[in-house]
Design a protein around this ligand. Structure first.
Ligand code: AMP
Length: 224
C-alpha cells in the first residue's frame, strides 16, 4: 500500500488532540504531536524543553528551526516509513516548506492537509473547560466530554488539570498567532489540491467519522 502522510491542523481547541487520540487506535501509522513532544521535553528538562518553554508559556510559536529539527528526526524513524499523521505541525509557511523539502529528498510527499475548523468564540468556550490528564494528556471537557469521575482520567486514573497555556490571556494570544501565521497554510495547501475541510463544531464522534471518511477516500485515491 502507498504511504499516508497527513497533516492535521486547526485553531487551538478545535479538538485536534481528541481526534488524534481517536485516530491513533485505528491508523497503522504513528501520530506525531509537536505540542505533546514539546511538553514532554519541558517536563524532562531537556535542552529543547528549556528553549521552548518560554515561547509556549506566552502562547507564541517555538522558532521554526527548533521545531523543524525535531519533526525531521521523527519523520525519518522506521515506524513512519509508511506514513504519519502530524498534529500541530506545520504551523507556519516556513515549516510547511521545510517539510516539503525533507519529504521531497526522500521521494515522498504530503498526502493531504486536514483542517478541523471552529470559530474563535467556540475556541474560547471550549478551552475554558478543557482538562488533560497529567500522565498521557488524554483530553476531556468539563461539560461536553466529561470523565466518568470528576477530575480523574477514565483511561489511566491520573489527575486531570488545566494546561498553563489554556488560561484566557494565553488563549487570546494563541488565537492571534493562529490567524496570522498558521491560517496562510490553507491557501498554501489549497493551491496544491491537498486541502480537506472538516467542521469541528459537531460532537467528537461525528467529527471523527468525518475524518475517517476523508482518510478512507484518500487511501482509495492513493491505491488507484
Ligand atoms: P499545541 O498542543 O499543539 O496547541 O501546542 C502547544 C504549544 O507548543 C504552542 O502554543 C506552541 O508554543 C508550541 N508548538 C507546538 N507545535 C508547534 C509548531 N509546529 N511550531 C511552533 N510551535 C509549536
Amino acid at each position: 500500500m502507498s504511504e499516508l502522510n497527513l497533516i492535521l491542523f486547526g485553531p487551538p481547541g478545535a479538538g485536534k488532540g481528541t481526534q488524534a487520540e481517536r485516530l491513533q487506535a485505528e491508523l497503522r501509522v504513528p501520530l506525531v504531536s509537536t505540542g505533546e513532544m514539546l511538553r514532554s521535553a519541558v517536563k524532562e528538562g531537556t535542552e529543547l524543553g528549556l528553549q521552548a518553554q518560554r515561547y509556549m508559556d506566552g502562547g507564541e510559536l517555538v522558532p521554526d528551526k527548533l521545531i523543524v529539527a525535531m519533526v525531521s528526526a521523527r519523520v525519518e524513524q522506521d515506524d513512519a516509513r509508511d506514513g504519519f499523521v502530524l498534529d500541530g505541525f506545520p504551523r507556519t509557511i516556513g515549516q510547511a516548506k521545510a517539510l516539503e523539502r525533507q519529504l521531497g529528498g526522500l521521494s515522498r510527499r504530503v498526502t493531504a492537509a486536514i483542517l478541523v475548523n471552529v470559530s474563535d468564540e467556540e475556541v474560547v468556550r471550549r478551552i475554558s473547560g478543557r482538562r488533560v490528564c497529567v500522565k498521557s494528556e488524554h483530553n476531556y471537557h468539563v461539560d461536553f466530554d466529561p470523565p466518568k469521575q470528576e477530575g480523574v482520567c477514565d483511561q489511566d486514573g491520573s489527575r486531570l488539570v488545566q494546561r498553563d497555556d489554556d488560561k484566557p490571556e494565553v488563549v487570546r494570544k494563541r488565537l492571534a498567532v493562529y490567524h496570522e501565521l498558521t491560517e496562510p497554510l490553507i491557501a498554501h495547501y489549497d493551491k496544491q489540491g491537498l486541502m480537506r475541510w472538516i467542521d469541528g463544531t459537531h460532537r467528537p464522534a461525528e467529527v471523527h467519522d468525518h475524518i475517517r471518511a476523508v482518510i478512507a477516500t484518500l487511501r482509495l485515491e492513493e491505491a488507484v
